[in-house]
Design a protein around this ligand. Sequence first.
Ligand code: ADP
Ligand code: MG
Length: 279
Amino acid sequence: AAAPRATAPQADRNQDSDTPRVPLLDVRGLTKDFPLARTTGGSRTLRAVDNVSFTLNHGEALAIVGESGSGKSTTARLVLALEKPTAGSVHINGTNISTLRGAPLRALRRRVQTVYQNPFASLDPRFTVSRIIEEPLRAFRTDTATRADRRARVTELLDLVELPPHLATRHPAHLSGGQRQRVAIARALAPNPELLICDEPVSALDASVQSRILTLLSRLSTDLNLTCLFITHDLPAARDLCDHVLVMHTGHIVEAGPTDRVFEQPEHEYTRELLAAVP
Ligand code: ADP
Ligand code: MG
C-alpha cells in the first residue's frame, strides 16, 4: 500500500481548512539573533531564541515559563510575524507565516490576537472603551460591519469579560488596572481569534487583581474553547491555566510536557530551581 502523504504540504495549499491533524501552531527550530551593541565590538550577536520547537493543537492551552530574559516574548513576536527568524519557521494551520504578504498577513493578524503585560500602555488613552474594543472590528472588516452591529458586539464582549455596560463610554484613565486588562482581553477576543497569546497578562497588576484576571482567562479558555499561548514567569498561574508547559532558559526549551508531570516530576535541574523559588 502507498505510504500516507505528509499533511503539511497539502495544508499549505488550503490554509483555512480545518484539517484536524495539522496543529494550529507548529514552531520548528526557531532561532533569533539580535546584534549586540557596536561598542562590544564586531558583529557579535545575542541568541535570544535558540532552536525552539513545539506544537499547539486547537483548543489547547500551552504555557511558556521562564525567568525574565529567557526569550519568551521574542518567541511570541516571532509567532506574530513581528520579527523575522534568523532560522527556523512558524506554521499556522500548515502555512509558513514567512510566506504571507498583504491580505493573508492581515488575516493572520486577525486570527492571532495578543494581550500584553501592561494595560496602561496598550490601550489608547484618547479612545473610549467602546471604541477600543471596536477597533479590531473596524480594522479587519469582520461580519460586524454596521455601527449597530459593532455596538452590540461591544456589549456582548463587556459582558463576557464581566464589565458593566456603562463602562463603554469611559476612557482608560478612568478605569482600574484590572478593568483595563479586561478591556484588553475583550479587544483581543472581538475578532474571534483562533489563537490568543497572553504575554505576562497579570504581571503589572496588584496580587488580588491578578487572581481575578486569571480566573477570567481560565473561564474564557474553557467556555470559548480558546487556543492559548500563555507566557508567564508565574508557575502557579501556568499550572492553573495550561495543559502543557515549556520551560525556557537562555533561549532554549529545557523541558516540555504535560503541566502536571513537569511540575510534579521535573526532569531538568533548572525546572527544579524554578519550582523551588515558588513561595
Ligand atoms: P523574556 O520575555 O523571557 O523576558 P525576551 O524575549 O524579551 O525575554 O528577551 C530575550 C533576550 O533578548 C534578552 O536578553 C533581551 O534583552 C534580548 N532582546 C529582546 N528583544 C531585543 C531587541 N529588539 N534587540 C536586542 N535584544 C533584544
Ligand atoms: Mg517578556
